[in-house]
Design a protein around this ligand. Sequence first.
Ligand SMILES: CC(C)(COP(=O)(O)OP(=O)(O)OC[C@H]1O[C@@H](n2cnc3c(N)ncnc32)[C@H](O)[C@@H]1OP(=O)(O)O)[C@@H](O)C(=O)NCCC(=O)NCCS
Length: 219
Amino acid sequence: MTQHVHYTPAIPRRPRPQSPSLSQRLWGLDWESVLPWQIDDVVVELGSLEEALPFMRDHYTEIFSLGDGRFYGEMMSEAKRRFFAEMDIFVLRVATETVGLIMGHPTDWSTYYLRSGALLAEYRARAVMPRLMEHVYGPLRDAGVERIETDASPSNQPVIRLHLSQGAMVTATGNSERWGAFVRFTKFLNEEPQDVFARQFCAMPVHTGLPPAKDRSRS
Ligand SMILES: CC(C)(COP(=O)(O)OP(=O)(O)OC[C@H]1O[C@@H](n2cnc3c(N)ncnc32)[C@H](O)[C@@H]1OP(=O)(O)O)[C@@H](O)C(=O)NCCC(=O)NCCS
């Protein structure tokens, strides 16, 4: 459920990304109209590849253990740059320091994919990400998005706890050439597709930790 937070910017607003993202072109979703969000001392704003790259360069190797050669490292290319320009890049800042990122994009007309999310270690386990996620649901739902999908390593307990705490359901598992074993989480933004998934594929009743569907607000 989206909270409306009154926010007085402590730092100058960054220029918005140069070209409209895929979310904006597909769904008319203008994140700028609902941002920024303030979560304790963390300010969340729409960013660009230019803002995301230094954080990724400085921290992703350590955060995602990329340094031991277990993953195929794809260098920046013109196509990759254009793909990043299509994504929504949410930059988390404390004062002028970038302390985290979330990147996501549509994968079809009603599905949003959370591609990557990371916080510096000292900002974790403070419920920053769950509160951020709750800001994201309303605008996506209002734009007609039915589900948010994301993939996680089965060994990544914090992210699994995060998605379960958000009422996301495990809807697939798999192995990818790029990232190894993964668990797919789907956070349904309305009840109908979740009910169909539960009816067709889940033998047990749904227990997402959220109130029953009939009591859930669609706002
Ligand atoms: C995953 C991540 C974004 C979660 O954000 P967050 O703001 O720390 O989320 P929370 O504070 O709700 O913590 C999530 C859960 O993990 C737990 N947790 C946090 N750090 C943990 C750790 N090092 N070991 C075990 N559990 C941990 C929290 O207690 C919480 O569980 P609970 O709700 O049952 O108490 C953050 O841990 C992170 O950046 N991790 C590294 C990058 C990553 O793995 N990204 C996901 C894959 S793209």
